[in-house]
Design a protein around this ligand. Sequence first.
Ligand SMILES: [Fe+2]
Ligand SMILES: [Fe+2]
Length: 139
Amino acid sequence: MGPAPGWTDKLLTGIDEIDQQHQVLFDVAARLDLAVTSEEKWSAVHFALVELTNFVNIHFAVEEALMRLHRYPELDAHIADHRKFSRELAEIKAHSIQDDVSAKMTDLVRNWLVEHIGKFDRDYVPHLRTAPVSKTKKD
Ligand SMILES: [Fe+2]
Ligand SMILES: [Fe+2]
């Protein structure tokens, strides 16, 4: 099985855990494509959207924790872009209950992934590689 549509090695950050998660996100987006054309469309689309939302939440939590740990100065802007996407996903999910979900929606998801990873995620890489881990603990 080759890479999922939309994924290219240009999106690699060099941080293994992050790169694996990004590739899973494209895999899940590809499953959403399949769901859109499946016979049991509504339940398949709904399941794929739940899967995507769950994994997006996990990925955002991991990235945000890493950026916090390294005291990344652009943390707030990065989190804002994550939240914007979460809101869009929630809208798509709500929309999918009433209306037909088209392949256009998956394109939207994929475009966001490509743009966010290529810009916001790429930007934290040099900082995460060089800045020391913060010693401050909350507990
Ligand atoms: Fe990411
Ligand atoms: Fe991100």
